[in-house]
Design a protein around this ligand. Structure first.
Ligand SMILES: Nc1ncnc2c1ncn2[C@@H]1O[C@H](COP(=O)(O)OP(=O)(O)OP(=O)(O)O)[C@@H](O)[C@H]1O
Length: 547
């Protein structure tokens, strides 16, 4: 519209040689209106694109976060945290360009040129045919490029994910790397990954600039050809000067959306490559899927009787089972201690009890109900864990404690902290419960973090308690105090306690000794001590080690 009105203005003003303001005024106003309308449409397009892209991004992030939380730690057994981070942060960002700019531009690039070519053909069939042919040729060459671009973009994305995962790993393991003096070796790996990323990026860019050059050539050639032919037709009297002007303008306009699409092509392919990771995560099969019709265990706050019945579990990709036909019973309110050599399967018992993963065969029952049939929220609510490596989130101590019970008031927090023998320490800090603990609780010692975990478990007040090397990070004096706190925590709960140090198992009602995934001994500590079995061997080995 803009082109037609402007050419009409020029035709009336200059070409016809009669610049009558009355005659020129109409098309001139129309030109102004069309120009304004075009600006408004462009603004509207950008607004709509940005809004759509932001909405898609926000919803995708939300769904991915929900999915990740739903998949739980069982999923990270096979997917490195760095890759997941890249998928959620950068992958969704790349999809923004695909959804917000590339896809709308595809619509514009199909609709716009079609309309313009139709107007051109109606005006001058020869110019219309030439422009139409070139307009079709540009996208027709795309399938060939698509294959090359698709592979290159995927390679680039994979290299980017690897590099990002490596950097995150280095940041998380910085202390270990420094302590091992391995920063050089690791730096070398980082350099190798960075170089691979550089090569993949260059390959990707080379492919995309080749596409750009070929398409730009087709577009320029098409425009020039149409104008040259129109000029010839003008010289032979088939076309007037205004018609020539209109063809020159409209031909350029017909290619403009294609040129703009070209600019988004590269980003579009990044979005596609990133999309694979995003959709793979959304479609990932839950390692412990929710039951179709969940069963409720009532009353759910009563300590349950836990039974492991012939449980066999093999980690994905592992050559041999981590647990083989393990059968155990933990009576309500009693404590079972699980011990055994390193790698014997103790932590795997804990992982299965929390239902992060499901055993391939056998069952884990709580009051006779298979964990697989329980509502997953109930399984999570049923257990509190105090682990060897307590994770504290960046934030205040109160915030970390309230993760266990969001509605806990200060009095409840103080009570839990007192029972976990950590109240004095917290109140001695400059901001008390509002002290920020730093990322991963870096400002607190291992023992202090563990006591905060005990306070957290006390607040959660779950009927099943899992203690995974709970007193490993504290000195002898604190351990004695902690043992009291843990005794209090264990009261009235079904407890599974994992420990290497046999001294921390004396409070257990029963002991299970694992060896290489097999349950080799099971019974009361006093009975086991009388037998010359695996337990006695462990005691003897530890006594020897101590000596
Ligand atoms: N994510 C995993 N993928 C594959 N194999 C695993 C994985 N986690 C553990 N394993 C293997 O399963 C077996 C049991 O491991 P588990 O962590 O349960 O032992 P553990 O008795 O808790 O050891 P530790 O006392 O050293 O913590 C080991 O052989 C271990 O190598």
């Amino acid at each position: 519209g803009q082109a037609v009105a402007l050419v009409e203005t020029i035709r009336r003003a200059l070409i016809s040689g009669a610049p009558d303001p009355g005659e020129v005024g109409g098309p001139l106003v129309l030109t102004g209106l069309f120009t304004l309308l075009r600006c408004l449409f462009l603004w509207g397009r950008d607004q709509a694109a940005n809004r759509t892209a932001s909405l898609v991004q926000a919803r995708l992030r939300l769904r991915l976060a929900e999915r990740l939380l739903d998949l739980g730690p069982g999923h990270t057994v096979t997917a490195p945290a760095g890759t997941l981070r890249t998928t959620i942060a950068d992958g969704v960002e790349a999809i923004r360009a695909y959804v917000g700019f590339y896809l709308p531009q595809v619509v514009v690039s199909v609709g716009g040129p079609l309309i313009i070519v139709a107007v051109l053909t109606w005006h001058d069939p020869v110019a219309g045919t030439i422009t139409g042919t070139c307009v079709v040729l540009v996208p027709a060459s795309k399938p060939f490029w698509r294959r090359i671009m698709g592979t290159r973009s995927q390679r680039h994305w994979t290299a980017y994910e690897n590099f990002a995962a490596r950097v995150l790993d280095a940041l998380q393991g910085m202390t270990t790397l420094k302590a091992l003096g391995a920063t050089g070796v690791y730096g070398h790996r980082l350099r190798r990954d960075a170089l691979a990323l550089y090569r993949a990026t260059m390959g990707d860019l080379a492919a995309s600039s080749s596409v750009y050059v070929v398409s730009a050539f087709l577009m320029s050639a098409g425009t020039s050809l149409a104008v040259v032919v129109a000029a010839i037709r003008h010289s032979t009297g088939h076309l007037d000067a205004a018609g020539l002007l209109l063809i020159a303008w409209l031909t350029a306009e017909a290619f403009r959306p294609l040129l703009e699409l070209q600019n988004y092509w590269h980003e579009g392919f990044h979005g596609l490559a990133a999309g694979k990771g995003v959709f793979a995560l959304l479609d990932a099969e839950a390692p412990a899927p929710a039951p179709a019709t969940p069963v409720r265990r009532r009353p759910s706050n009563r300590p349950p009787r836990l039974v492991l019945r012939e449980v066999t579990f093999t980690y994905p990709g592992a050559a041999r089972p981590a647990l083989r036909g393990v059968g155990l019973v933990v009576e309500p309110g009693t404590t079972l201690a699980v011990t055994g050599r390193s790698g014997s399967g103790k932590s795997t018992v804990v992982t299965l009890l929390q239902r992060y993963l499901d055993p391939q065969s056998g069952q884990i029952l709580a009051d006779g109900v298979d964990l697989r049939d329980l509502d997953r929220d109930e399984v999570r609510a049923m257990t509190a864990v105090v682990a060897q490596d307590t994770h504290l989130f960046h934030g205040t101590i109160a915030g970390n404690l309230r993760l266990a019970r969001p509605d806990a008031d200060l009095a409840a927090l103080r009570d839990a902290a007192r029972r976990a023998r950590i109240l004095d320490l917290i109140e001695g800090l400059p901001d008390g419960f509002d002290t920020v603990v730093g990322e991963r609780g870096a400002r607190l010692s291992g023992g202090e973090r563990q006591r905060i975990a005990i306070a957290r478990a006390l607040l959660k007040d779950a009927p099943v308690l899992i203690l995974d090397e709970a007193t490993s990070a504290v000195d002898g004096e604190t351990e004695a105090a902690l043992r009291d706190a843990l005794g209090e925590l264990r009261a009235g709960r079904t407890t599974i306690m994992i420990a290497h140090r046999l001294s921390s198992l004396v409070d257990a009602d029963t002991v299970a000794v694992l060896d290489d995934g097999d349950l080799v001994e099971h019974g009361a500590p006093a009975d086991l001590a009388r037998r010359a079995g695996a337990w006695s061997d462990l005691v003897a080995a530890q006594a020897g080690g101590a000596r």
